[in-house]
Write a protein that binds this ligand. Structure first.
Ligand code: 13P
Length: 248
């Protein structure tokens, strides 16, 4: 495993013009136009952005994928094969917003992981506890339950992102101790339940921005960052990517 991975999750933001402008700004800089940096753009813009990214090293990512693998009567869905077809290298799976607003459960998420891996798109499984769960002392148990689908995957690479729900879009960042504790827990869980943790990258997400990126990315067992709000501003995202680039 070499270098840190930073993915900007644009969520349901941008328009065709602003998405292209953001990508142009990222392509203009060596800190963002490189291996180990990606953007997760809205599905409707992926194909156009894939054209703009041709020949660059910036990785295109989707924010979600269908749990159905084969073509067919699944109105509104985007399959893993379609994402692969236009050159997506990553796809977010089970982001807390999808779990919360779209009721995604482990059974659906396992299918999504399988489909992405089979299509050659690396899934990024997002896990994390709510504030209530943390206050009730259930955070480790909740995360273990979300990781429980991983032993079902017999082959293929994936990435895990720890995103405490209470730190997403709130400006509240988990402390470095909390981040270190959960990342060590996830790596250890993988070692115990999958037999290896060496090749599994664990990203942190939740109010990562220019000001805190270096400290978070330098924390033990943090292999990169999933960046929401700050990824919509090219300058802020560049600073996060620069911090990641310094820490190999
Ligand atoms: P923010 O960086 O806006 O807190 O969002 C984090 C996130 O959900 C990334 O997937």
């Amino acid at each position: 495993m070499s270098g840190k991975l930073v993915i900007g999750n644009w969520k349901m933001n941008t328009r065709a013009d602003s998405a292209q402008a953001l990508v142009s700004a990222l392509l203009d800089h060596a800190a963002t136009n490189r291996e180990g940096v990606g953007i997760a753009a809205p599905a409707v813009y992926l194909a156009a952005l894939a054209e703009s990214l041709k020949g660059s090293r910036l990785a295109l990512s989707a924010q979600d994928v269908s749990r159905f693998a084969a073509d067919g009567a699944y109105t509104g869905e985007t399959s893993a094969a379609m994402l692969a077809d236009i050159g997506c290298r990553y796809v977010l799976v089970g982001h807390s917003e999808r779990r919360q607003y779209f009721g995604e459960d482990n059974a659906a998420l396992l299918q999504k992981m399988r489909n992405a891996i089979a299509a050659g798109v690396t899934p990024v499984l997002c896990v994390g506890e709510t504030l209530e769960q943390r206050e009730a002392g259930q955070h480790l148990e909740v995360i273990a339950a979300q990781l429980a689908i991983l032993p079902e995957l017999t082959d293929g690479d994936y990435v895990i992102a720890y995103e405490p729900v209470w730190a997403i879009g709130t400006g509240k960042v988990a402390t470095l101790e909390q981040i270190a504790e959960i990342h060590a827990f996830i790596k250890n869980w993988c070692l115990q339940n999958i037999g290896s943790s060496d090749k599994i990258r664990v990203l942190y997400g939740g109010s990562v921005k220019a000001e805190n990126a270096e400290a978070i990315l330098a924390t033990e067992n943090v292999d990169g960052a999933l960046v929401g709000g700050a990824s919509l501003d090219a300058d802020s995202f560049r600073v996060v990517c620069q911090a990641a680039g310094k820490l190999i």
